[in-house]
Ligand binder design. Structure first.
Ligand SMILES: CC(C)(COP(=O)(O)OP(=O)(O)OC[C@H]1O[C@@H](n2cnc3c(N)ncnc32)[C@H](O[C@H]2O[C@H](COP(=O)(O)OP(=O)(O)OP(=O)(O)O)[C@@H](O)[C@H]2O)[C@@H]1O)[C@@H](O)C(=O)NCCC(=O)NCCS
Ligand code: ADE
Length: 295
């Protein structure tokens, strides 16, 4: 190995570890954030009887090496079928480890997909790109076919066909519109209004929930539950968000509706984690880190 190649290798390894650290942190921040309607949070298990916070934390931590491997695979590459297959294989290994860690509970399948693509896309730009370049590269990667991916039944696949909605695949292929057009602008707005960081993050989750066709909600509660989630989340934000007294009251109604329908927006939770990951990169860049390498 000549010195330049060796230097580039050290840089790639370091940035990959940092990107993986930010992805895991985003998952931990999402899991611990409270209150979240229907989801597992620091208060309890929401609409789940097989998941709790320690399980989500262990699952997030178990994924660190897989995010790092995806980032290394993507380092200074452009999206092509070979890279798509490579990260698909790493993603499936990550899913296996997640299931071993949780005793068979699907805690983060959608998050491995969304954050895996975003971590890979960030590494393609060597950790120094702005959000639109990252989501653009992630979307190009998601549109490529992974010919090695086994065509097995998934709840998401069934639900997207039945209700003709984009699902996790479509969201990524479109460049994560619920993250870039709803979650991140709401996060910025609530922060500007002087809300606490926790309240701003809950508001960002609610912004996603105003519009996402979450296949977890559709699978358990159909269109009635999805419509109730959209309307309830909109109502909290129209009242001033979770940081306002009226918003808290509206949040209580939304939470009761979700718990009595037995639904949980797992897809929205994953997209909040994706937004927190991108926010951590944008915050780093605005602090004049030329790249995550200097962070
Ligand atoms: C492309 C894949 C994401 C597979 O997607 P598909 O839709 O075919 O399959 P699912 O197995 O259903 O996984 C999709 C998960 O994505 C999340 N999600 C849902 N709606 C959306 C949306 N509109 N936009 C974005 N993301 C969305 C969601 O994940 C979260 O919920 C999970 C828990 O859900 P569930 O299992 O339904 O849990 P319960 O409700 O508790 O189940 P029951 O008790 O009712 O049975 C949890 O995982 C959260 O993360 C959906 O579950 C992709 O996975 C894939 O192709 N993988 C192959 C390997 C690969 O290429 N990897 C990529 C490397 S980057
Ligand atoms: N907080 C959460 N609760 C339930 N399912 C999830 N999937 C990802 N995050 C989750």
């Amino acid at each position: 190995m000549n010195t330049l190649t060796e230097w580039n290798h050290i840089r790639a390894e370091t940035v990959a570890q940092k990107l993986a650290g930010r992805a895991v942190q985003a998952l931990l921040d999402e899991a611990r954030l409270s209150p979240k309607p229907g989801l597992v949070d620091a208060r309890g298990s929401g609409a789940h009887d097989d998941m709790d916070l320690p399980m989500l934390e262990a699952s997030a931590e178990s994924l660190r090496p897989f995010f790092a491997a995806m980032a290394l695979a993507g380092w200074a590459r452009t999206p092509d079928t070979a890279l798509r297959r490579q990260i698909g294989a790493i993603g499936r290994e990550g899913e296996k480890t997640m299931l071993e860690t949780t005793g068979g509970v699907n805690t983060h399948r959608g998050a491995i997909w969304a954050l895996g693509l975003l971590v890979t896309a960030s590494a393609m730009h060597e950790g120094s790109a702005e959000i639109p370049a990252i989501t653009g590269a992630a979307s190009r990667l998601a549109r490529l076919e992974d010919t090695a991916c086994p065509a097995v039944f998934s709840k998401g696949r069934y639900v997207t066909h039945r209700y003709r909605v984009p699902g996790a695949r479509g969201e990524a292929q479109r460049g994560f519109p619920h993250v870039t057009r709803l979650a991140l602008p709401q996060l910025a707005k609530s922060r500007e209004q002087g809300m606490s960081e926790e309240a701003a993050r809950v508001d960002a989750l609610l912004a996603i929930m105003t519009s996402l066709a979450d296949t977890c909600v559709l699978a358990r509660g159909g269109l009635t539950a999805l419509d109730a989630m959209h309307a309830g989340a909109r109502s909290v934000l129209e009242c001033g968000g979770i940081g306002s007294a009226a918003g808290k009251k509206a949040f209580g109604l939304l939470e009761n509706a979700m718990l009595s329908a037995g639904v949980s927006p797992g897809g929205a939770a994953d997209l909040l984690a994706a937004a927190l990951f991108l926010d951590s990169i944008a915050t780093g860049l605005s602090h004049k880190e030329e790249s995550i390498w200097n962070a």
